[in-house]
Design a protein around this ligand. Structure first.
Ligand SMILES: C[S@@+](CC[C@H](N)C(=O)[O-])C[C@H]1O[C@@H](n2cnc3c(N)ncnc32)[C@H](O)[C@@H]1O
Length: 204
């Protein structure tokens, strides 16, 4: 990883995603049982885990982020044991049907193959398990989507792989996940290029 990715981007990420604090809280309130958090980043979601979780496993490919997640965890009183590990959402190192909840928060924009990641999430979910998610996605406004397409190549460099223009809801369906609940909205505090949001719960 580069100096930018390891030392600068984590700070940028924390500041840029502050407006998502209330939405993170809403989504993570749904977590229960054994939880796998994909791409845990700096650990921004850790403060929100509810009492009904029994274990939190956070995976992350970036060593700098993982270290920061550890530092964040050290400042919190978590409701369950936490395991942090290097890992890739596209090839999860866990057995089939081993988690009750998979959390995907602002990661499907960045993971190189989001379909593979969602197929892997589905594989490791127990029967009746859930993917809880909060993601910025391709705008339903054709004019904005056109700009998302134009700007994504440059944005990917600044955002360490982040795409502005992914139709993530379609990818969930392609992966064989069904929406138990989905809310689509414009985030009032985000710039228009990243304000189209999907939030909810998907099941096997
Ligand atoms: C925009 S950040 C979001 C971090 C965190 N989930 C949050 O809510 O603040 C995207 C994260 O996805 C991680 N990521 C990128 N590729 C990944 C992969 N193949 N598997 C798992 N995580 C990945 C990045 O390292 C980064 O931490």
């Amino acid at each position: 990883m580069s100096f930018y990715a390891d030392h600068i981007f984590p700070h940028v990420l924390d500041i840029a995603t502050r407006p998502f604090w209330p939405q993170r809280k809403e989504v993570i309130a749904e977590a229960y049982g054994r939880v796998l958090e994909i791409g845990i980043g700096t650990g921004a979601n850790l403060a929100h885990y509810p009492a009904q979780v029994t274990e939190i496993v956070g995976i992350e490919p970036d060593a700098g982020m993982l270290e920061r997640a550890g530092s964040t965890a050290a400042t919190l009183k978590l409701p369950a044991p936490l395991i942090l590990a290097a890992g890739d959402a596209q090839a999860l190192d866990f057995p089939d049907e081993s988690f009750d909840t998979v959390l995907m928060c602002l990661v499907l924009c960045t993971i190189p193959d989001p379909l593979k990641a969602l197929q892997e999430a589905r594989r490791v979910l127990k029967p009746g398990g859930q993917v809880i998610f909060l993601e910025h996605v391709r705008s339903p406004d054709a004019g904005v989507a056109k700009w998302q397409d134009r700007l994504t190549p440059a944005w990917k460099v600044l955002g360490c792989g982040c795409h502005l223009n992914r139709d993530t809801a379609a990818t969930f369906k392609q992966a064989g996940l069904h929406f138990h609940r989905i809310r689509r909205y414009e985030h009032p505090k985000m710039m228009r290029l990243g304000s189209a949001i999907i939030q909810g719960i998907a099941i096997k």
